[in-house]
Design a protein around this ligand. Sequence first.
Ligand code: NAD
Length: 319
Amino acid sequence: MLIVPEALIADLVSPQDAFDAIEGCFAAMSNGDAYNFPVVREALGEGRQYGFKSGLDRAGAQLGVKAGGYFPGNADKGMINHQSSVFLFDPETGRPTAMVGGNLLTALRTAAASAISIARLARREARVLGMVGAGHQATFQMRAAARVRQFDRVIAWNLHPDMLPKLGAVAAELGLPFEAVPLERMVEADVIITITSSPAASLMAAHVGPGTHLACMGTDTKGKQEVEAALLARATVFTDEVAQSISIGEAQHAIAAGLLQAAAITPLGDVVTGRHPGRQSAEEITLFDGTGVGLQDLAVAAMALRRAQERGVGVKVAV
Ligand code: NAD
């Protein structure tokens, strides 16, 4: 097997590569060629979470698992809070083929999913990007969003305002004016990305105007929540995988409150493959519940492996 260390990933997989790989992954799910295995996610105490996301893509010949989680004390130790590794196996024989560093890949594949939702569902003329959250993933999210729409400014809110200047610096790099705002002003945004580890809703239905597209990316565990459940009742809801959306995603709360039915949630892959038309009016609120599926991790890890093999980099080990 080949070990592809974290330090090599930035040279092997670009944001555009991730976008293409994740669109392919969502299409394979919509076509019934690929499915995710049930997620294992355990609380380790002190806010630490650890788990496994895995799946099989028959069309792409990918089988594997991402092991990792969220360790909120890491920032104080000079590490990012998300830590993960992806293990790939030959689907015919079960032999391990690769161990791939998963930290940057997670940020790239999560930002790609959000950007695909924006590319497919936001109004073409969207100009104001709203950011709720300013942690590690937020900068990747903003960069990926800026690749798919011509934004002319960014407004942002974060529970911890001291984290906002880092996001502002990335906006400056992208040439976008940046303003920290109270949540009430999110109503000015055409696209809103939420990417926090919040345990309760921050963004309320009243903070969102007609025609907005939301990419809700932070809720990936039971008990987390970023937006008011009533917002999902008002919106047309899309997701990466319905089973995850209703159990560990943002939709878990609207489902529990009886405000949303699972049957009303559409896989984003159905929009990619043309089975669903996507946005149907300029006033419609569209909401992507991005929970993060194992197949996304396999898709970008397989791409990193392919590139590493082509370039003769990585560490070969016998297993
Ligand atoms: P981070 O630790 O770098 O940043 C955390 C963010 O959440 C910051 O903006 C912080 O201010 C905010 N926050 C913390 N506690 C909060 C609270 N009580 N209420 C409101 N906001 C709060 O984390 P990150 O790596 O940027 O990840 C952000 C979230 O995205 C996490 O919940 C993580 O699990 C999730 N995530 C989801 C996916 C996916 O595929 N959907 C992938 C990676 C990460």
